[in-house]
Ligand binder design. Structure first.
Ligand SMILES: *[C@@H]1O[C@H](CO)[C@@H](O)[C@H](O)[C@H]1NC(C)=O
Ligand SMILES: *[C@@H]1O[C@H](CO)[C@@H](O)[C@H](O)[C@H]1NC(C)=O
Ligand SMILES: *[C@@H]1O[C@H](CO)[C@@H](O)[C@H](O)[C@H]1NC(C)=O
Ligand SMILES: [Mn+2]
Length: 609
């Protein structure tokens, strides 16, 4: 889901470690010269390590955002006048035995830079590098020892159909996906591989591909959609043709690591209503180096319904200490890579076939699964690399906006009850498309399965959520003297921090989400993107410690109490009061409570539905 808004991902973001220690990291844009290091070779060390290549895919909490994006094609004739049809139709796959071995970066010599840059335009990744890497390159075994032990038994597991949808994907990335599946899955667990061609026009993806897959050692076939039908319908086409007990969906530019499949199938075998995703590692789009990513992220979404990775907060991490390798539940999945029981896929209503191209289908399936009795989980022992691109221009008629917002409007209308109103109220782009949606068929699915409501989902699946609710405050936090509104740090330009010093600005009308805060019944002041009003419990250096907006930690330093009579916001950890220091332009601080007007605040509720 690379939306224009989400292109803001590649920035300088700090990250909050689970213990609440803040470490600021700075993004260094990888150049051909700064080679990413090898993946960490001691995967048993669960501490969070971030390599250069990893940092640029971070969202605002320092966590990578998966792009459930399947379009290989990105050639804009205006931007790339030197790319013609002959070049596009040429398969330039030209492997060298040792390139990319063990997931190492490919070094392109300077003499090839011009060609490299030209070919980069075709798929928005370094095609020259990809085409030099063998289809069966080796990758490091990134598993923890406990993972190897857990899945070593020759238990009986169901077999899977692997479904890979593509549109104008490069030969080398597509077939490296296929070969990594074949080479790193126990043969008896692979029922078949189904490639679904969503109307590609590259010549090499036609008859030559049919010919190539005929000789593979696992039954593999190519289904052709005939016309452009989009990710959701292409996946439905593949699923309808599959006969394995389990369906496993992969993007067309992945590389599976050893042991990737067993944890997914084992989880589905234990409970057929589970939808299980692997941990998504990173294939660098410049060098094709392989980087293991942190295992304990879980997926959710922000107020705009954009997918986000979140880290385990303190107590949630504690719960996991007992078993760090078992699959864990997640409110939402990234969407590109997952396994589920085939019959259950259809029982649960397949996909919403009126969703176009891509975007939103991951949330739709996540909500549907949870609200209708299933679950969405991540198997931390399963690792699959995914090629993340810095940019994915969109070449579908109608533009990315309308397609995405139509899809999200459908998700909201069918599954989110009153929270749909919240979404539409603050997202005019989706509101505009709301009345165009025919959703009767999907509401019938919800009815047939007697699914629970969105409130149940928020309370039970994602109790840490930051959405408004009737039992919490939602609205503006206004300073009594200046009349200004508390803001979350907004993003300006490409490199901005989503959190930092809390800021005050004139209140905007009509109300904007950047000035909206939720105050929960246990005193957390939180806003979109799961960032919280934060102050130190004890600061020996400063008489008036600064107040910041930081990733929510669940710690006492982020708990507040509003005294409606005195109009003060008392910081529970320090017993001090939130103060806007006007004279010395200290900004927002906490200071000893003293009834001064600088410490007075109005909480102005804003209707959200
Ligand atoms: C890849 O395949 C080639 C040709 O079949 C073979 O020589 C090579 O050893 C294989 N490499 C790996 C890492 O398996
Ligand atoms: C399967 O998972 C669902 C959803 O988490 C749960 O309600 C159900 O009890 C589980 N079934 C079994 C047999 O464990
Ligand atoms: C409260 O403290 C501030 C400095 O922190 C001071 O400027 C102000 O005069 C005090 N107000 C009262 C009412 O004591
Ligand atoms: Mn992808």
């Amino acid at each position: 889901m690379l939306l224009p808004k989400m292109r803001k991902l590649f920035r300088v973001w700090p990250i909050l470690l689970s213990v609440g220690v803040l470490i600021s990291l700075f993004v260094i844009w990888p150049r051909q010269s700064d080679r990413s290091k090898n993946p960490p070779n001691d995967p048993d060390d669960a501490s969070l390590r971030l390599l250069d290549s990893e940092k640029r895919y971070m969202d605002n909490r320092g966590i990578q955002v998966i792009v459930g994006h399947y379009i290989g094609d990105s050639v804009d004739p205006l931007q790339s006048p030197n790319i013609d049809q002959d070049l596009l139709n040429k398969n330039m796959f030209n492997p060298r035995p040792y390139e990319g071995r063990d997931g190492n970066p490919v070094m392109i010599p300077p003499k090839d830079f011009v060609l490299m840059k030209q070919l980069f335009q075709i798929n928005r990744f370094n095609l020259l590098a990809s085409d030099r890497i063998p289809l069966n390159r080796s990758l490091p075994d990134v598993r923890k020892k406990t993972c190897i032990a857990r899945y070593s038994g020759s238990k009986h597991l169901p077999s899977t159909s692997v479904i890979i949808v593509f549109h104008n994907e490069a030969w080398s990335t597509l077939l490296r996906t296929v070969h990594s599946v074949i080479g790193r899955s126990p043969r008896h667990l692979l029922h078949e591989i189904i490639l679904v061609d969503d109307s590609s026009n590259r010549e090499f993806l036609g008859a030559p591909l049919d010919e190539y897959v005929r000789n593979l050692e696992v039954p593999t076939r190519v289904l052709r959609s005939g016309k452009r039908i989009g990710l959701v319908n292409a996946r439905l086409l593949g699923a309808g043709d599959a006969t394995g007990q389990v369906l496993t969906f992969l993007d067309a530019h992945c590389e599976c690591t050893v042991g990737w499949l067993e944890p997914l199938l084992d989880a589905v075998a234990q409970n057929r209503t589970r939808i299980v995703s692997p941990v998504i590692d990173i294939i660098n789009d410049d060098t094709f180096s392989y980087t293991r990513s942190f295992e304990l992220h879980w997926g959710a979404f922000n107020w705009d319904l954009h997918f986000r990775w979140l880290t385990f907060g303190g107590s949630k991490l504690e719960q996991r200490r007992g078993d760090m390798v078992a699959p864990f539940k997640t409110p939402a999945m990234a969407g590109g890579l997952f396994s589920m029981n085939r019959e259950y896929f259809f029982e649960l209503g397949g996909y919403d076939d009126q969703m176009q191209i891509w975007g939103g289908e991951n949330l739709e399936l996540s909500f549907r699964a949870w609200q209708c009795g299933g679950s969405v989980e991540i198997a931390p022992c399963s690792h699959v690399g995914h090629l993340f691109r810095k940019s994915s221009p969109y070449t579908f008629p109608g533009g990315v906006g309308d397609i995405l917002y139509s899809n999200l409007a459908r998700v909201a209308l069918v599954w989110m009850d009153e929270w749909a109103e919240f979404y539409f109220k603050f997202n005019p782009a989706a509101e505009r498309l709301r009345d165009k949606q025919q959703i009767r068929g999907r509401l019938a699915v919800r009815e047939r399965l007697q699914c629970k409501g969105f409130e149940w989902y928020l309370d039970n699946v994602w109790p840490q959520h930051f959405f408004p609710k009737d039992d919490r405050f939602f609205g503006k936090i206004i300073h009594a003297v200046t009349g200004d509104c508390l803001m979350r740090p907004v993003t300006k330009g490409t490199y901005t921090q989503p959190f930092g010093n809390a800021d005050m600005e004139p209140c905007i009308s009509p109300p904007q989400l950047s000035q909206m805060f939720v105050m929960t019944s246990d005193g957390v002041i939180v806003t979109d993107e799961s960032v919280c009003l934060d102050a130190p419990e004890r600061d020996t250096r400063h008489e008036k410690p600064k107040v910041k907006i930081m990733a929510c930690s669940g710690l006492r330093r982020q708990k507040w109490q509003y005294d409606a009579k005195r109009k003060t916001l008392v910081h529970l950890g320090s017993k001090m009061c939130l103060q806007l220091s006007l004279k010395k332009s200290d900004g927002l601080v906490i200071a000893t409570c003293n009834k001064s007007a600088e410490q007075q605040w109005e909480l102005e509720a804003v209707p959200w539905k």
